[in-house]
Design a protein around this ligand. Structure first.
Ligand code: GDP
Length: 367
């Protein structure tokens, strides 16, 4: 008989510690007595805040997601408002066929207080259109709030008598947190889904029944390796992933000046009239201004110390910063996947340095 881990949904197995659902034989017995199982990975995560890495290819995740297209459910695609470009699922159309889907844009609490909801909705819609996707609605919310967004509950109520609701998304968008929020709302007693800072913790389909026939189904998170979170340790993530509303930081810069965002990215102002550069990054992120001509040397000398994360032990294995020349216009943002974005008030020529493997996007300003 198969047992499921109540943390991540993986099928419990006692043979391979590197694969999902592993539980040592000794612990299996305890589980049988209790009638519930946490795999070793979820157990360690919950009790010791420890993460075990698993080797799971993106293909496996994608195959699992394709099960959805066999059921005529409602699909809710969760994206992270702090990293919309980085949380788009490429090939979503192919995976879910012609089924209608709704976007739930999470972490609204992180956007500056002045943010206009309609503008955000338009931006998300536009980003999806550009990727050939037409969501039937865009909802905004925060999974970390006690109660789910009213719009989301209304949507679920409108469909749950006739179909399942699938929650899909790439890792780190807050999908597990959202599922927990919904479980609480619908009267669950305890948190049964693993949530964490570490991408890729939800491994299998988990069914949360809301009535006799239908329920909410949590799907595996798709790993996007171009998110900055994939290159940071747990400790480093805490330092650069925001938890509070962003407070923009503005610098008046002249050409020939450079701004470092911790040791994770760098913006060189190469050419243009004096301009203000406004950064929307975690309030805990460290922005350092220096002269462009000294920036290389400064980076060499201070990486892992003043410019950290990456911290000292990790700086040698951290990917090198790769440069690209960009002309940036005043109505545009540059968003670095998972780190935040910045904008300027004049047309400027810049060199942007980002860790090799981490993506960035140029988009219309959202604020
Ligand atoms: P998953 O990989 O998509 O399941 O993401 P998790 O649920 O593990 O969440 C990833 C990180 O985002 C965790 O640090 C969460 O605390 C955080 N998070 C999730 N939802 C929200 C939200 O609404 N607001 C904020 N500020 N953080 C959130």
């Amino acid at each position: 008989m198969d047992y499921q881990c109540i943390g991540c949904g993986a099928t419990i197995q006692t043979t391979n510690p590197n694969e999902p659902g592993y539980l040592p034989n000794s612990a299996l017995q305890k589980g049988l007595e209790k009638g519930e199982f946490y795999c070793q990975r979820c157990f360690k995560l919950r009790h010791y805040n420890e993460i075990q890495d698993l080797d799971i290819s993106d293909d496996v995740f994608l195959t699992k997601l394709s099960q959805i297209s066999n059921d005529r459910g409602l699909i809710i695609n969760v994206v992270d408002l702090f990293d919309v470009e980085g949380s788009m699922i490429q090939g979503l159309n192919r995976l879910i066929g012609e089924q209608p889907f709704v976007v739930y844009a999470n972490k609204f609490d992180l956007l500056p207080k002045v943010t206009k909801k309609n503008r955000v909705r338009h931006w998300i819609e536009h980003t999806f259109y550009q990727n050939g996707l037409r969501p039937s609605d865009v909802l905004l919310g925060s999974a970390t709030k006690k109660t789910p967004a009213k719009e989301l509950i209304d949507l679920i109520e409108a469909h749950i008598q006739t179909k399942n609701i699938y929650i899909v998304g790439v890792t780190n968008v807050g999908k597990s947190t959202l599922i927990n929020q919904l479980i609480h709302y619908y009267g669950g007693e305890r948190e049964i889904i693993t949530t964490s800072n570490v991408p890729g913790t939800t491994l299998d389909l988990i069914h949360i029944p809301l009535n006799e026939k239908y329920g909410i189904i949590d799907t595996p998170g798709i790993i996007h390796r171009h998110q900055i979170a994939h290159y940071l340790t747990r400790e480093e993530m805490k330092q650069v992933l925001p938890t509070k509303p962003l407070k923009p930081k503005t610098f008046q810069l002249n050409q020939g000046q450079t701004i470092f965002i911790n040791g994770l990215a760098r913006v060189d102002f190469v050419k243009g009239d004096p301009s203000s550069f406004t950064f929307y990054v975690s309030n805990g992120a460290y922005l350092h201004r220096t002269k462009l001509e000294k920036a290389d040397e400064f980076y060499q000398n201070h990486l892992g110390e003043l410019l950290s994360p990456p911290n000292l032990e990790h700086k040698d294995s951290f990917p090198p910063l790769i440069s690209q020349s960009i002309t940036l216009h005043p109505n545009q943002d540059i968003a670095i996947s998972g780190l935040g974005w910045f904008t300027v008030n004049k047309k400027v020529q810049i060199t942007l340095w980002t860790p090799k493997g981490v993506s960035f996007a140029i988009r219309e300003s959202i604020i």
